[in-house]
Write a protein that binds this ligand. Sequence first.
Ligand code: PMP
Length: 330
Amino acid sequence: MRIAEHIVDLVGNTPLVRLHSVTAGIGATVAAKVEYLNPGGSVKDRIAVKMVDAAEASGELRPGGTIVEPTSGNTGVGLALVAQRRGYHCIFVCPDKVSEDKRNVLRAYGAEVVVCPTSVPPDHPDSYYSTSDRLVRETEGAWKPNQYANVNGPASHYETTGPEIWADTDGKITHFICGVGTGGTITGTGRYLKEVSGGKVQVIGVDPEGSVYSGGTGRPYLVEGVGEDFWPTAYDPSIPDGIEAVSDADAFNMTRRLAREEGLLVGGSCGMATVGALRVAATLPDDALVVVLLPDGGRGYLSKIFNDDWMSSYGFLRSPLDGHEVQTRV
Ligand code: PMP
């Protein structure tokens, strides 16, 4: 029988799927790694398992303890799943730009959610970084995974995401493309793929226009989960061979195309990464094999990216969702 003991045991081993429609005119193969098929719905389940394992082993997290973390939602879901299984309490601190839907998901899993303003700098007492530090000080048995600096984030990708991609492409991957938030995914996966291929696999990061990785100052952008206004230590800048900057408008319109044309209902950072992947793929020969990692699903963004009024209010709307006329034959 194949019955998993617990849903957390099913993290990882996500599939690759070929993109067909958005790649029109491109000869290279572009395959997407579909991370929303993780039990918590995102790539972040991977780091949650590894960070908690390591904190238990080191004694930083003790039985009955509380996990406190600033998270845009996905890391929270992963941590909440692991916490439920192992009897920990969770408090998550979210910036206010994170959708209400995402916050409610965290609450549904049993976590407490504290919301902070996006418009203040990271060192401001109300920032979500400062607030989580205060909660750690004030909560007994608190442990802060700190995904921005925790080496077990990149390590989880080095141990799982990278080897999965290498195995599933029979070592034929030529380019790995992924969005950069904490930088953990690109650092761990990219490091593994470079090592195993003897430096042959090219690694390209993608971030929102205005974020530091592509030379910005942290100017606000709306795509969630990627881009930073500081340099996290989870990110090793020696790993990427290049960084592509993508606008919110391009990211969100591609996100809508992935749902409509590829059957992939995914989040905005997936559209962003795909725009970057297609830019790279367009320059490559037909025998290139590009893998783009899609971090999460689209259901947390229905009232934003998949809402025509919201898209219009920012001037992003290019193709309305309900704008296709129905053809009838008489
Ligand atoms: N996309 C989404 C939706 C995310 O939640 C994250 C994690 N912050 C990323 C992309 C980026 O991953 P990483 O933090 O590993 O760079």
